[in-house]
Design a binder for this molecule. Structure first.
Ligand code: PCG
Length: 153
């Protein structure tokens, strides 16, 4: 298989495994899989630094990261969460202000798919449209709305 085709197949597998993307049509996932760039980080690398500007969204394809935040007035960063394969981060700076609200640090070797702002917006747009569909069953509607809400919080 050609390298580009293989990369697309691998990216699709990862994107299909992300629960928040379950309602996305294949053609949208395919566009994201095409547009995403792979990035690798070593243990302790800052993938995102709190306070920096940013316009990229990340999906973890291998490894683990920790999310930390420095509260104003306190010296030590607080551990907010630990994320691993299939989890995503970096959406906050893409909504409203473009400032990163926390730091994200690699724990061991990490590989991420990196999505640019424009591609991310299309993705979100589809999730929001899906939440507004009137002909869906109540159950599907509330699930889609919950996912769109989850994605934007
Ligand atoms: P962004 O762009 O602010 O960069 C840091 C990211 O950490 C943030 O987006 C979220 O995607 C992610 N994150 C994970 N857990 C938390 C949390 O509890 N609070 C905040 N502010 N960000 C979190």
């Amino acid at each position: 298989m050609r390298a580009g085709v293989m990369r697309h197949t691998q990216n699709m597998e990862l994107l299909r495994s992300v629960p928040s993307f379950r309602s996305l049509p294949e053609d949208v996932l395919s566009k994201v899989a095409d547009a995403a760039e792979e990035a690798r980080y070593a243990d302790g690398n800052y993938i995102i630094r709190q306070g920096a500007t940013g316009d990229t969204f990340f999906i973890i394809s291998e490894g683990q990261v920790k999310v930390t935040q420095e509260k104003s007035g306190s010296e030590d960063p607080v551990l907010l969460s630990t994320l691993s394969k299939g989890n995503w981060f970096g959406e906050q700076a893409l909504q409203g202000e473009d400032v990163r609200t926390a730091s994200v640090i690699a724990v061991g070797d990490v590989t991420c798919l990196v999505v640019d702002r424009e591609t991310f917006k299309q993705l979100i747009g589809v999730l929001e449209d899906a939440g507004k569909k009137v002909n869906e069953s109540d159950e599907t509607k509330s699930r889609l709305e919950a996912e769109a809400g989850f994605f934007s919080c």
